[in-house]
Design a protein around this ligand. Structure first.
Ligand code: DGL
Length: 278
């Protein structure tokens, strides 16, 4: 089989990575995807670095054994903790995480050189977004805020909701009230798979001049250009590309939340359950 016709693997701790899959499918309509959601072991955002790295390796090894041509680590937490590990490996296929594309877009989007990163506890603890943004522009001030409640609110489907907006306000209070170098940030980076679901709520709370960068969108663009550069794009135009969904637990919950996240029904019998890392 020709490499180009192989599927792209997408990995997330659970359902949130569907926001990345949605962007990928929009930009790469001829590609097939295998999505793996590790629902048995989520949330990654509250786990130790050792556990997150081990789970991420398990998922990538599984996707490689399924014969994917590249892997997208859609989970910001997994991508944050595993970035240096995968960079140090000699890999046969590209592994693309959401961190670098998100950091690059934020770094070029800020005009007053003040960026706020919102993510899970583990992503913030890793300091990886700060590291990657400063690599591009060392003069940028970065504030990092972990917002674990927003993950739960997104999964509840509480978008466009007063409680979500109050929660965002509470998390962003220190940034919006204190002026850093006499400037408030003009760019907010949504460094978690779940936060694009709450985009309208962010727009309601934040001044309209503030840019909101979603790592999901930047990653999809980056995957497209890497596939093009490596000549790995699918040339399929006749057959409808296929999507497979694989979870490690609770396909019923996956199916229910998928409806909230991508507004599409993935029937639970179309979702396969596997064990990872045993
Ligand atoms: N997918 C995770 C992320 O983007 C959020 C959910 C979790 O903590 O597992 O960081």
């Amino acid at each position: 089989m020709h490499l180009n016709s192989l599927p792209i693997g997408v990995f997330d701790s659970g359902v949130g990575g569907l926001t990345v899959l949605k962007q990928l499918k929009k930009i790469l309509p001829n590609e097939s995807f295998i999505y793996v959601g590790d629902l048995a072991r989520l949330p990654y955002g509250k786990k130790s670095n050792e556990a997150i790295l081990e789970y991420t390796k398990n998922a990538c090894n599984f996707l490689i054994s399924e014969g994917v041509k590249c892997i997208v680590i859609a989970c910001n937490t997994a991508a944050s903790i595993s970035l240096h590990f995968f960079e140090s490996q000699k890999l046969d296929i590209p592994i693309i995480g959401v961190v670098k594309p998100g950091a690059e877009t934020a770094a070029v989007s800020t005009v007053n050189k003040n960026v706020t990163v919102l993510a899970t506890e583990a992503t913030i603890r890793s300091g990886i977004y700060v590291e990657q943004i400063l690599k591009i522009d060392p003069l940028i001030n970065i504030q990092s805020i972990s917002c674990p409640l927003l993950v739960s609110l997104a999964e509840e489907g509480w978008a466009n909701d007063y409680i979500t907006q109050e929660t965002i306000k509470r998390y962003l209070e220190p940034v919006l009230s204190s002026k850093i170098n006499s400037k408030t940030p003009d760019c907010i980076l949504l460094g978690c798979t779940h936060f694009p679901i709450l985009l309208e709520d962010f727009h309601t709370i934040l001044p309209s001049s503030m840019k909101i960068v979603c790592s999901a969108e930047s990653t999809a663009q980056s995957v497209k250009s890497i596939l093009k550069k490596m000549n790995l794009q699918s040339s399929e135009t006749k057959n409808v590309p296929s999507n497979r969904f694989i979870v490690t637990d609770n396909e019923i919950r996956f199916s229910k939340i998928a409806k909230i996240f991508i507004n599409k029904t993935i029937k639970s019998h179309d979702i396969k359950r596997i064990k990872l890392g045993t």
